[in-house]
Design a protein around this ligand. Structure first.
Ligand code: ZN
Length: 101
């Protein structure tokens, strides 16, 4: 298994997972339940991590995510409901969940 993406915002990680799994690539998310755990866990350790099950899928999955998150032909959009900036790859506002209009 290889990790392909991590972010402190679980919404970003779940979006990345949707993008990759839509192409039939098997993934798992680690640290899903770590956030909020007690103890001395550093904030970074509780970031969600997206892993591909099969190493052979790594390159394809990585490219898909890079494409989705860094598409220069698209621009960020502002949520009509809460005015947050959203990445072009997302159809739902990361902050309030409102649909992109
Ligand atoms: Zn919003």
């Amino acid at each position: 298994m290889k990790m392909i993406y991590t972010n402190e915002n679980r919404f970003f990680v779940n979006n990345a997972r949707n993008i990759v799994e839509a192409q039939g690539i098997e993934t798992i998310v680690k640290n899903e339940f770590a956030a909020g755990a007690s103890g001395d866990i550093a904030p970074f350790d509780t970031w969600l991590e997206l892993w591909v099950i099969h190493d052979r899928d790594y390159k394809k999955a990585f490219d898909l995510i890079e494409q989705a998150f860094n598409d220069t032909h698209q621009t960020q959009w502002m949520c009509a409901k809460c005015n947050e900036q959203n990445e072009p790859a997302f159809d739902l506002c990361w902050s309030c969940g409102a649909e992109r209009v």
